[in-house]
Design a protein around this ligand. Structure first.
Ligand code: GDP
Length: 573
């Protein structure tokens, strides 16, 4: 007896897999998934169920329920990225889908590569980002924008899980987007699907047949066999995730690719995730701005409006914005220009800014707990394990260490990107007995990501430990600079109590810290608010001299009190 998968029955019944899963739950078969297999009997029960449901209702129609509040969003095309090891078939898969699924009538037309295209399956659109690979994926994410809704991980069945497969998985995990595995090259004689499944299961991605939740679709990007199943799964995941957008809502759109065209000027492909982008809109994209002269689709045709889930080429910007930059709509082009110029100015100033001297409070704030994220590379599997083990032994209270990715080979651009995408944490890329690729080094400089390589594991671990400690905040040390004795006090209107002192030893420095003692007991700790000699404000007063000291927020100072003056310094790590 033939077994059918849930989504196949759904297709046969002309309903979505989600509806079939709902029906199965009503029929007491909860917990199934779209790729689960059904016996012929169960499939039959389902057919009955849907037939009954479709039967005309004889009794009087019930009162129409009150209209539900208009939902804010509605399903929109999911945005899909394809990742995986080199030569496993990412480009072939994207090409095959483009050839077979880009709306009829377009075939034969000149499709231009704009960085994304929209395929249609079962009358629904899916947007594919057609720059394959995790570098592009993470480059977009590095600017804080999450463009991709679903990641497709391509693994060749004749090759299995390889280094870049692992890397891609780490990138997908870091992005937190759902993943579908495409087990490719099933047409090849050497294809071994089970090995891929086992490898992935070992990494914690068990397929549904094994009780796991990872969707895996065997296919051949070359022959096209199984590609429809993949599209089906993409739509299913999109439904499950409730991927939606509101065409009337606030604009949320990001750049995925950009270039300078000799005749058209700056060209940027953007994907709209919410709201609608229209021709003539005034926009700001990072430090670029302009009024949209034209919006084009991937066939180079005019697109007056781009609703949620749509990729579009934008013409009319003042400069080429980088991938991952957000598109913001403003009221008019002058406003756009003002904002963009303001940003350029702020950027220049930030670069010039000299670090202001830090106050004690700044130092204390720096001691707040944070997280150190590390990308670790090593020349061999053994070296990687040893380094990972060493890092696992490191501890620093209050600071967390997370190995974002560990892989074999030189430090690449992709490693730097991955590290720099974690914006709120301190990134660090370390290599054990490996080199740093030139591009990676340049990117690290631009992004401000520290990259270090070591020939000795011990040194590597020591440096990571130092970085952890640095995150803990600097170790602070009090340095005593002098001592003063209070001779008299004066209460001054609007100012507070001033202590007339003689400096017994060292010196008194304006802005320094004070610890006050009375009869040998500490009575107050604070800061010198003002320091005067006769009527003049002074910076410091040496031993043997007299001065007036006002301690901030303390009006209880008395003659006979001893004031210990000290400063707080960082202990270098
Ligand atoms: P990418 O590096 O992941 O983008 O891989 P490509 O798409 O460039 O594919 C690498 C090679 O594998 C090419 O020679 C493709 O023709 C071949 N290839 C890709 N998919 C399949 C497939 O499903 N079956 C077979 N037999 N070859 C494939």
């Amino acid at each position: 007896m033939t077994k059918k998968r849930v989504y196949e029955v759904a297709r046969e019944l002309g309903v979505s897999s989600k509806e079939v899963l709902g029906a199965l739950e009503e029929l007491g078969m909860a917990g199934l998934r779209a790729v689960s297999t059904l016996s012929e009997e169960d499939a039959q029960v389902l057919r009955e169920f849907f037939r009954e449901r479709a039967a005309p209702v004889v009794e009087a129609p019930p009162e129409p329920p009150p209209a539900p509040p208009k939902p804010k969003g509605q399903p929109r095309p999911p945005v899909v990225a394809v990742l995986g090891h080199i030569d496993h078939g990412k480009t072939t898969l994207l090409d095959t889908i483009r050839k077979t699924r880009v709306a009829a009538g377009e075939a034969g037309g000149i499709t231009q590569s704009i960085g994304a295209y929209q395929a249609t399956f079962h009358g629904r659109a899916i947007t594919f980002i057609d720059t394959p690979g995790h570098r592009a994926f993470t480059a977009m994410r590095a600017r804080g924008a999450q463009i991709t809704d679903i990641a497709v991980l391509v693994v060749a069945a004749d090759d299995g899980v390889m280094a870049q497969t692992l890397e891609a998985i780490d990138h997908i995990k870091a992005a937190g987007v759902p993943m579908i595995v495409a087990i490719n090259k099933m047409d090849k004689p050497g294809a071994n699907k089970d090995r891929v499944v086992q490898d992935l299961a070992k990494l914690g991605f068990a397929p549904e047949e094994w009780g796991g939740s990872t969707i895996m679709v065997p296919l051949s990007a070359l022959t096209g066999q199984g590609v429809d199943d993949l599209l089906e799964m993409i739509l299913l995941v999109a439904d499950m995730e409730g991927i939606s957008g509101d065409p009337e809502g606030e604009l949320e759109a990001m750049v995925i690719e950009s270039s300078l065209d000799p005749s058209r000027g700056p060209v940027a492909t953007v994907i709209v995730k919410n709201g609608t982008l229209r021709e003539r809109d005034a926009i700001v994209v990072g430090s670029a701005y302009g009024r949209i002269r034209a919006l084009l689709d991937h066939r180079g045709e005019r697109l007056p409006a781009a609703p949620p889930g749509t990729p579009a080429v934008v013409l009319g910007l003042s400069a080429v914005p980088p991938a991952g930059e957000r598109v913001e709509r403003v009221s008019d082009p002058n406003e756009a220009r003002r904002i963009a110029e303001e940003r350029v100015r702020a950027e220049v100033e930030a670069r010039r800014a000299v670090r202001a001297p830090r106050t004690f409070e700044d130092l204390l704030q720096a001691a707040q707990a944070k997280k150190l994220v590390v990308v670790l590379k090593a020349a061999t599997a053994g070296g990687l394990e040893a380094a990972r083990h060493e890092l696992g032994n490191l501890k620093a209270d209050g600071v967390e260490l997370e190995i974002l990715h560990a892989g074999i080979g030189p430090v690449t651009e992709s490693d730097v990107l991955l590290a720099s995408a974690e914006q709120d944490m301190q990134p660090l890329v370390v290599g054990y007995a490996v080199r740093v690729e030139g591009k990676a080094a340049r990117l690290a400089e631009v992004r401000g990501v520290p990259v270090r390589t070591y020939d000795i594991i011990y040194d590597l671990a020591l440096d990571v430990e130092r970085a952890l400690k640095r995150l803990l905040g600097p170790e602070l040390r009090e340095v005593k600079v002098g001592e003063a004795e209070v001779l008299k006090t004066f209460d001054i209107d609007g100012v507070g109590r001033v202590a007339g002192c003689t400096v017994r030893s060292g010196r008194v420095v304006r802005g320094a810290r004070v610890r006050a003692y009375r009869d040998g007991k500490e009575v107050f700790v604070g800061e010198i608010a003002s320091l005067k000699r006769f009527a003049d404000d002074v910076r410091e007063v040496q031993a043997g001299r007299e001065c007036g000291i006002r301690v901030r927020d303390w009006n209880e100072v008395q003659p006979g009190d001893t004031l210990e003056i000290y400063t707080v310094e960082e202990v270098p790590v």
